[in-house]
Design a protein around this ligand. Structure first.
Ligand code: ZN
Length: 283
């Protein structure tokens, strides 16, 4: 008989990415399903995939949010049918096994702190910069939930304008305008420069503004949680040239007051999916 595996679901607003594995870094048969407006449709595909791998030991769900952690639900998503959808319990009922549940970024923070760039660190922050911006924190070895969960993508940052584009930006966050997500997400770059980030060359002035926002966020987070490392992942951070710019700008902003933690790219190829497996192992 083959060994039972763990199931992993990384639930996103546009796609669900699933895998099975024997440990957090052992990802097998990675599969993507588009996020339907009807949760039952998407979940039927996900469950069918997981059931195809035989009896599982446990399942981990790393999801987009905001979530209500105690009840295992997604809360105020613009995708109306997903609002209050009992994501954790629907998987628990279908499989009758323990189900771990957390935000995608808390899960990624757990995975990166245990098995990735921050191996062995107890105090760690993971931020993803893509269509949206989110952040998860591990403090004292545990993910932070608190009243709800951290929402670092909506930190308020100072807008900046470079000499090449002196007009101040208009942040795209529908709730806050000029928050981190409003100014530095993929759609924010597109709105300000008329092109997506991956089409802009490394010496484009957009990256100086981008580095400034991410440096401000790292400064604020270093002052708030004193993390031992901050990892920046997500599609926008595929621009590797941003890292030295962010580190240099964060140092400038800090003005010699505190030592900043290392600001690094992820150590794992799929931090969110490995995070979902880590949640399954813990469950
Ligand atoms: Zn916002």
């Amino acid at each position: 008989m083959t060994e039972a595996l763990y199931g992993a679901i990384e639930a996103g607003g546009t796609k669900f990415v699933c895998a099975v594995g024997g440990s957090a870094t052992d990802l097998r048969d990675i599969r993507r399903f588009s996020t339907s407006h009807n949760p039952l449709e998407t979940m039927a595909e996900v469950m069918g995939y997981l059931k195809g791998h035989g009896p599982l030991k446990a399942v981990g769900i790393a999801t987009f949010g905001p979530i209500d952690y105690p009840s295992g639900r997604i809360t105020t998503t613009p995708k109306l049918a997903w609002r209050d959808f009992p994501l954790r319990d629907s998987v628990r009922r279908a499989f009758g096994v323990p189900v771990g549940f957390d935000t995608d970024v808390n899960a990624a923070a757990i995975a990166e702190a245990r098995y990735g760039a921050g191996q062995g660190l107890e105090n760690f922050i993971y931020i993803t910069v893509g269509t949206g911006i989110g952040g998860g924190a591990v403090v004292g070895g545990k993910p932070v939930h608190g009243l709800l969960h951290p929402e670092m993508g909506h930190l308020l940052v100072r807008p900046v304008a470079c000499a090449e584009m002196p007009e101040m930006p208009k942040g795209v966050c529908p709730y806050h305008g000029n928050c981190l997500e409003g100014l530095a997400s993929g759609p924010a770059i597109q709105a300000r420069w008329g092109r997506p980030g991956h089409e802009l060359p490394p010496d484009h002035p957009a990256w100086r503004e981008q580095a400034d926002y991410l440096a401000q966020a790292c400064h604020n987070l270093a002052c708030t949680l004193s993390p031992q490392m901050i990892v920046l992942g997500g599609g926008v951070m595929d621009q590797a040239h941003l890292f030295p710019m962010i580190r240099a700008r964060a140092k400038e902003l800090m003005g010699g007051y505190l030592e900043l933690p290392p600001i690094e790219p992820p150590g794992l190829p799929y931090p969110g999916l490995s995070g979902a497996l880590a949640l399954a192992l813990e469950a």
